[in-house]
Write a protein that binds this ligand. Structure first.
Ligand code: SF4
Ligand code: SF4
Length: 149
């Protein structure tokens, strides 16, 4: 985190407007203020807290923060740091792995593949033309292949 951002975070007055504005926090364990507080305390995002991925980047907190703290931008920076260190979190990692290898976020189930074969139907994956499949795999590999681990 750069000094400029840390200075801004340190102007937080703990008013709770961010957490009260957070639509995702109403239905998930996301606690915006806690993430900001821990970031200030440690100067880096907390590694074992995956709730940061529940942020849907709606920017409501950032728009309403009375201190003009770039909260959503900070969350995005924190996510980048975490991905650089740990790779993508659980489900996202598998989604991109499948996309890279099979051009599908959710791979076809084996029994469905067999059934389709029996009925002479094309595989789900063949819904993509070969060139598009290779292109999608290449794009994912080139841009985020390094963090799908
Ligand atoms: S809205 Fe801004 S000032 Fe208030 S707790 Fe959240 S980050 Fe701090
Ligand atoms: S940007 Fe993220 S943390 Fe902020 S209100 Fe929206 S979902 Fe919540």
């Amino acid at each position: 985190m750069n000094d400029d951002l840390l200075r801004k975070l340190n102007t937080c007055i703990q008013c709770g407007t961010c957490i009260a504005s957070c639509f995702s926090g109403r239905v998930t364990a996301l606690n915006t203020r806690k993430i900001i507080m821990e970031y200030i305390a440690k100067g880096r995002p907390v590694k074992d807290d995956d709730t940061i991925w529940f942020c849907v980047t709606c920017y409501a907190c950032q728009e309403r923060c009375p201190r003009g703290i770039p909260i959503t931008d900070t969350i995005l920076e924190a996510r980048k740091e975490l991905v650089r260190e740990k790779g993508l979190p659980g489900r996202l990692k598998y989604a991109f792995k499948f996309l890279m290898e099979q051009t599908a976020y959710v791979p076809a189930r084996e029994e469905h593949v067999k059934l389709r074969e029996e009925f002479g139907l094309p595989l789900y994956h063949s819904q993509f033309v070969d060139e598009a499949r290779e292109e999608v795999s290449e794009i994912v590999r080139r841009h985020i292949g390094g963090v799908v681990r």
